[in-house]
Design a binder for this molecule. Structure first.
Ligand SMILES: [Zn+2]
Length: 56
């Protein structure tokens, strides 16, 4: 299981998150389910790349 350091809304700081669900196909809205390793809060976040920040 891979992990990334993301901002946790509950811990109010950057913590290590495990990536629970990662889509295999690269959809145009790439979302992953992260789970905070500190408090266990799960949240869907977009990938780190801000390349597709265009609002449709
Ligand atoms: Zn947390």
């Amino acid at each position: 299981m891979s992990s990334e350091v993301r901002f946790c809304d509950r811990c109010m700081r950057r913590t290590r998150h495990d990536i629970v669900v990662e889509p295999e196909m690269a959809t145009y809205k790439r979302r992953r389910l992260y789970r905070c390793s500190i408090c266990g809060k799960e949240s869907w976040k977009r990938g780190l790349r801000p390349s597709s920040e265009i609002s449709y």
